[in-house]
Design a protein around this ligand. Structure first.
Ligand SMILES: O=C[C@H](O)COP(=O)(O)O
Length: 253
């Protein structure tokens, strides 16, 4: 089955608005000189979304956010709601990134709530899963990822699944320069398809869009993206360097 490819840049907490706009401009110039086969998304900090929405008007780049509240409105200091994102043209949102799990106490339960909220308001989640180094070294990586899938996605109804993108990001490969080998990543992606298939049927397992994330760069993108179960990349550090990000986008073509 031919699944659409997605290359998404997660800018994390990097760049001020003015710096970010310069980076976006370079990216747009590069993209105007190519015909990307993959869908391209950028997830800048919340502060950038309004300006980015204006710049991205009429382009094919999808605007994404890095997080969202599971609450709709009210006294939740510091939170950003799905309505606020929607008004700014956000189409996708990263949910339960490992940094949110590790530093801000996000859990499978909170991920489920957030996924339900955004789907209800037609924003598409990129749900992040992945094991720690300790999990991998002790041979528990499949178990951990299975739990992240079953305790969240199994609780949704079948018709919701095709609206969700999964990002497999082994924590030990994030920002470390240590990438999972294409075989390691592909093996986990195939496993995730099987886990989805067990509950929702093999067709849905095959249909899910699953990205790989963790030190993806211009040098390793082609070999990762060539793997049969890898449908794109969630790129951190390299997405802040337009030339490098463009090379990754090209590698998906
Ligand atoms: O969301 C992106 C991932 O955390 C990967 O980050 P990285 O490419 O800097 O390793």
């Amino acid at each position: 089955m031919k699944r659409p490819k997605l290359i998404a840049g997660n800018w994390k907490m990097n760049t001020t608005v003015s710096e970010g706009l310069k980076t976006l401009d370079s990216l747009l110039v590069g993209l105007s000189q190519m015909t990307p086969k993959a869908q391209v998304a950028v997830a800048p900090p919340f502060t950038h979304l309004s300006d980015f929405q204006k710049k991205l008007k009429g382009t094919s780049i999808c605007l994404a956010a890095q997080n969202v509240s599971d609450k709709l409105n009210g006294a939740y200091t510091g939170e950003v709601s799905v309505f606020m994102l929607k008004e700014l043209g956000v189409k996708k949102v990263i949910i339960a990134h490992s940094e949110r799990r590790q530093y801000y106490g996000e859990t499978n339960d909170s991920a489920l709530e957030k996924i339900k909220v955004v789907l209800k308001h037609e924003i598409y989640p990129i749900y992040c899963v992945g094991e720690s180094l300790e999990d991998r070294e002790s041979g528990h990586h499949f178990e951990v990822v299975e739990e992240q899938i079953t305790s969240v996605l199994y609780k949704l109804s079948e018709e919701k699944l095709p609206k969700i993108t999964i990002a497999y990001e082994p924590v030990w490969a994030i920002g470390t320069g240590k990438t999972a080998t294409p075989e390691q990543a592909d093996e986990m992606h195939a496993f995730i398809r099987d886990v989805i298939g067990k509950r929702f049927g093999d067709d849905l397992g095959v249909q899910m869009q699953i990205l790989y994330g963790g030190s993806v760069n211009a040098a390793n993108a082609a070999s990762l993206l060539a793997m049969p179960h890898i449908d794109g990349a969630l790129v951190g550090g390299a997405s802040l360097k337009p030339e490098e990000f463009l090379s990754i986008i090209k590698a998906a073509s």
